[in-house]
Write a new protein. Structure first.
Length: 80
């Protein structure tokens, strides 16, 4: 088992290790640690589409302003 591949916080990994060294009686507590981390990961995943949407809107906004600025510059230089 490679706990570090779960990208769990250090405190969770340390608590898991302590519980694991205490053996079978700590199985429920040991199970609860990765389950809680899994819930946190799922919550972050659920929020990613909204964050990505904001990033896409920011890019589109900047591209529109940039394109409008280039068009204005060209129009202005063509009249001189």
């Amino acid at each position: 088992m490679r706990v570090e591949t779960t990208v769990s916080p250090i405190a969770v990994i340390q608590a898991f290790a302590v519980e694991q060294t205490e053996g079978q009686p700590t199985t429920p507590q040991r199970r609860d640690l990765p389950m809680a981390h899994g819930d946190a990961v799922l919550a972050r995943i659920a929020g990613l589409p909204r964050r990505l949407g904001e990033i896409v809107r920011m890019i589109a906004y900047d591209e529109a302003r940039s394109t409008a600025g280039v068009a204005s510059f060209r129009e202005g230089s063509g009249r001189q």
